[in-house]
Write a protein that binds this ligand. Sequence first.
Ligand code: PLP
Length: 439
Amino acid sequence: MAPVIYPTTNFTATEQLCLERGEGIYVFDSDGRKYIEGLAGLWCTSLGYSNTEVMDAITEQLHKLPFSHTFGGKTHQPIQDLADKLAAMVPVEDAYIFFGNSGSDANDTHYKMLRYYFNAIGKSEKRKIITRERGYHGVTVAAGSLTSLPANLAHFDAPLEALSILRADSPHYYTARQGNETEAQFVERILQNLEDQILAEDPDTIAAMIVEPITGASGVIVPPEGYYEGLQALLRKYGILIWADEVICGFGRTGADFGCTTMGITPDLMTFAKQLSSAYFPISASVIPGWMYEAMVVQTNEVGVFGHGYTYSGHPAACAAALKTLEIYERDNLFAHAAEVGSYLQAQLREIFTDHPLVGEVRGKGLIAALELVSNKTTGASFEKGRAGATAQRLCQDNGLILRAVAGNAVALCPPLIITREEVDEMLTRLKTAIDASY
Ligand code: PLP
């Protein structure tokens, strides 16, 4: 085997799937076997695998200007065009945008930007960040510490003490409810816990709370009705900023432009990556409001350079890929398409799996969904160590469907946004065969 260290992989894993090419929502392995990419790569290939318009935009840019850094005021047209386009789309007032290469580095950027901003306005003590149990925000030092999945924290000694990270309850009613608690009682309890935590820590020491509007890697958790309304009221009450991690939810995934729109969140900061360029080129964006930017200008005037940036921040080919991707979303009405096909997917999933003996919960919105696999449907008891999730993932693959086991025993679906109803039917037929064979 070649000496590759694979990411998020058990070092003893031997099974490998070697993909060779893609077309539409399908990928083909090196033996010519065809699969539906039911997770859009890793929640990212929204336009599928053969979009020549995006490829051409990248190639054209590579021929014109393959690279230019953007440090110290150096700029180029693609970064400006992309910033204008994205700023006009996002629900952030007078948005300013910092570009990076991945969701993780974009979250690290926000982490540092928040410190820079609060230092600028003379509130240096406001440095703690609230994250949620089971949240996923990436793997770099700050983003990895904001992540709460055990594998991403254990053995890396994260979070570092100095990172000042607080963890709030996961809003997953199905797995975290107590006794006969109703959804409303569950929401009330976890928001009360959060308020107690904020008061115990002192609100003046807390900068922001990061949330994925609908989570991905932690099992596609859609919080109950009323949760975000109450959460926002609480955070506003204590002057804590709302930081939406839209790395998965952004750009049509949940059946609207952003997860924040679907879930009724008014964010202060937003993080994007993945579907920003449909994964044709790595790029991320950290969005802040104009009032935060203005305060940072004052700070820079005092301290000198804003000392943060990546060599590939605003890479011209990445910007060209993202710009073309956003243009295609708009021209082809892809968010409306995702809403329409997404409702169909959600309805079909419930129709097929709600009564399935192995499925405890069907959840999701738009074109993101998960099935919670349980060993006892009545009690909701789970299988040991993600056994059912891993088995289902393998059986799906054997049936020509790539998807991913998440949070142990859930399997996640997140197909390319271009998927049609007929392709949804084909995907669910393969999924049903695999789930039936899992027990
Ligand atoms: N935030 C969320 C919500 C994610 O799902 C991910 C990756 O899956 C990230 C951040 C990290 O993005 P990346 O893997 O590009 O660093």
